[in-house]
Design a protein around this ligand. Structure first.
Ligand code: ATP
Ligand code: MG
Length: 297
């Protein structure tokens, strides 16, 4: 495992050096004091690869020496920890129930990043009373300062529980596949997100048979968004259909740790390097915005 982790770090450093850093706005990336860059991974349609993408990115960022926290915000069917074979003693459900502090839930993973494991049936979180919300907000705010990057894996659908998490981050990655249903659901997601925020939305085309297919699918979605929503999306990455992904899911192991020097992994590093260099200015941390969104509901 140590050798693998070392090779992974070397590859990540190469990637950082060879990728131009994309800056936004006036040319510099400014964020609120101590607030980490936050990225949500969402989709609309279920089963398109959100959780796997979130885990690929978390592993890549960790190999790039970033301090990463991955929040499992799938309030319906949380499974970030399952994909790594981790059985957490406590989950976000215990925090929401008030039986433990947020620090007690943070779990370190073999990928070198931390997770806040999720639990199912957590939609209740949206109706927490004000005092409880404020306590959580303070705890999360303190926790955030320990990290460079916060990744948020959302559930499927375009319901409030999902879109609150997806719109609270600095960047939202919408994962799509070449299936027409995925495209339709992604469009619905982009529409809802655009009503909530004007922050950047990046598209990851997953399970494409070729880069050409990836570009065509992106162009189709973007054309709809430009025409009807009067904004545009960015094509962040195309990931191919790759048999090993399913095999590693079954093994409950992190693919990027063990297959670090493959075409697939290099794509993930390119994606991670692009994201790390493309922050948008933020005025507050993710959890502040999330709680604000819950209050305004
Ligand atoms: N690039 C890929 N190549 C091949 N199979 C893939 C790829 N990405 C994801 N998969 C397969 O798709 C399945 C679903 O992936 P994942 O659980 O990440 O999707 P999800 O969008 O998070 O699903 P849900 O909406 O249920 O949360 C995985 O079990 C994996 O087998
Ligand atoms: Mg998932």
């Amino acid at each position: 495992m140590n050798d693998q982790a070392q090779r992974l770090r070397e590859l990540a450093v190469d990637q950082q050096l060879s990728s131009p850093r994309k800056e936004t706005g006036a040319g510099s990336v400014r964020r609120a004091k101590n607030a980490p860059q936050s990225i949500s991974v969402t989709s609309g349609k279920g089963g398109v690869g959100k959780t796997n993408c979130a885990l690929f990115l978390a592993t890549a960022f960790a190999a790039m020496k970033k301090r990463v926290l991955l929040l499992d915000a799938d309030l319906g069917l949380a499974n970030v920890h399952i994909l790594m074979g981790i059985a957490p003693r406590k989950t976000i459900a215990d925090v929401v129930a008030g039986t433990c502090r947020i620090n007690e839930v943070v779990t370190t993973t073999p990928g070198g990043f931390d997770i806040i494991p999720g639990a199912s049936g957590l939609e209740k979180m949206a109706i927490l009373d004000r005092g409880r919300l404020e306590l959580l907000q303070r705890e999360f705010r303190r926790l955030e300062t320990r990290y460079d990057l916060l990744l948020v894996d959302t559930g499927a659908g375009i319901g409030t529980a999902v879109t609150q998490f997806a719109s609270g981050t600095d960047l939202t990655l919408v994962v799509i596949t070449p299936e027409p249903t995925s495209l339709a659901d992604a469009y619905a997601m982009v529409k809802v997100l655009s009503e909530r925020t004007d922050h950047p939305i990046g598209i990851v085309v997953n399970m494409a048979v070729s880069d050409r297919e990836g570009s065509e699918i992106f162009d189709r979605l973007n054309a709809l968004v430009v025409k009807f929503l009067k904004r545009s999306l960015e094509h962040y990455c195309t990931l191919p259909q790759y048999r090993e992904v399913g095999q590693y899911v079954r093994k409950q192991r992190l693919l990027l740790l063990e297959k670090s020097n493959t075409v697939f992994s290099r794509r993930i590093y390119q994606l991670a390097a692009r994201i790390a260099g493309s922050g948008t200015p933020v005025k507050s941390g993710f959890f502040d915005r999330l709680v604000q969104g819950m209050r305004n509901k």
